[in-house]
Design a protein around this ligand. Sequence first.
Ligand SMILES: Nc1ncnc2c1ncn2[C@@H]1O[C@H](COP(=O)(O)OP(=O)(O)OP(=O)(O)O)[C@@H](O)[C@H]1O
Ligand SMILES: Nc1nc2c(c(=O)[nH]1)N=C(CO)CN2
Length: 358
Amino acid sequence: MSDTVRLTGITAEGFHGVLDFEKSQGQPFRVDAVLSLDLQAAGRSDNLEDTVSYAGVAELIEDSVTGRPFELIEGLAESIAQRILLLDARIEGVEITVHKPQAPLEQSFTDVSVTVERTRSAEGEAAAPAAEAEADQVGPYRRVSLADLATVYDEEGGDRAGHETVWVPAGTQLELPQGTRDPELPADFPVRAVIALGSNLPDAALGAPAELLASAVRSLGEADGVEVVNSSPVAQTKPVGGPEGQPDYLNQVLEVETTRSPHALLDLLQQIEADHHRARGEEAGEQRWGPRTLDLDIITYAVAEITSPRLTVPHPRAAQRGFVLLPWSWMDPVALLEGTPVRELAEQADDAGDVTQL
Ligand SMILES: Nc1ncnc2c1ncn2[C@@H]1O[C@H](COP(=O)(O)OP(=O)(O)OP(=O)(O)O)[C@@H](O)[C@H]1O
Ligand SMILES: Nc1nc2c(c(=O)[nH]1)N=C(CO)CN2
């Protein structure tokens, strides 16, 4: 028997993939299906009841693609094949190809796909439970309603647009941070962030504050997902706040392009601080606003407003700090901070007179 029903190019957004962002952001999958079944009766009667409606098959495929996330496209293809065999006993065999044309590959490519061929005789009735597609929790992932995530879609429109539900790691807290951007979500394309650097304590191994700043800039430039696109001259500044008598600071401001999420960018800054022997916490002898080998702050991240337990963006004290605003305005004379020219804010800062360009 060589009759077939062929459905080609059924496309829908799904959340399949090994990488976390694939599970949260989604991407298009395309499915081709070839069903083997005897079409002679339908050909003679010209009656839909004598065959398998391709509409039902298309619906099933779309449901699988948009449903529970699989790590592998092999898993998705297998599940579709089994579900189609369960759909109608007249289907004797099925060949499923799943394409993933936007798979996360660094190389230029047009498509990646897998094809599985399954027959009823080989598989018997041992098929995957169709109900899986309806489940709200599968393995370590659970399905949540987009309405619950309404405050955290990214301002670019977000890959989540158009989905009523998304799959997230099961432990994800739905008490989400406030703001315009989910601090856990990486950027779909590089966004600009402004980072402030400060140092007023030499490190025995790594050198004087000027060397610590230069080394931090290098570390940022070498990090994954970050490109330094602009840097200010270094400023010598009088300490603002903190204990009496601490040494003058060197301060600098950078602009970076990053695809890292806000939290992942903060992780990187804190790692670089640690690599430069920044003491953290009172146990390590750190005082609030006291002397430090290296301090790295996120001043802005795109135009996002973020308030999470770990991160406030824009930096809540940046608009009053001449030691941030002046270097920033030297680097970018037309920069704005929440709609106000940075140059104007710099002039008004109490410590503006204590900032000298080196
Ligand atoms: N925009 C931000 N950039 C960096 N850290 C932030 C930001 N918002 C909140 N934090 C949090 O602030 C905590 C304390 O950071 P840190 O000790 O470097 O503060 P600081 O630089 O001494 O003070 P300030 O925040 O006034 O500059 C960090 O652990 C971090 O989680
Ligand atoms: N001049 C100057 N003063 C500060 C600085 C700094 O970088 N420069 N950082 C502080 C806490 O981050 C507190 N005070």
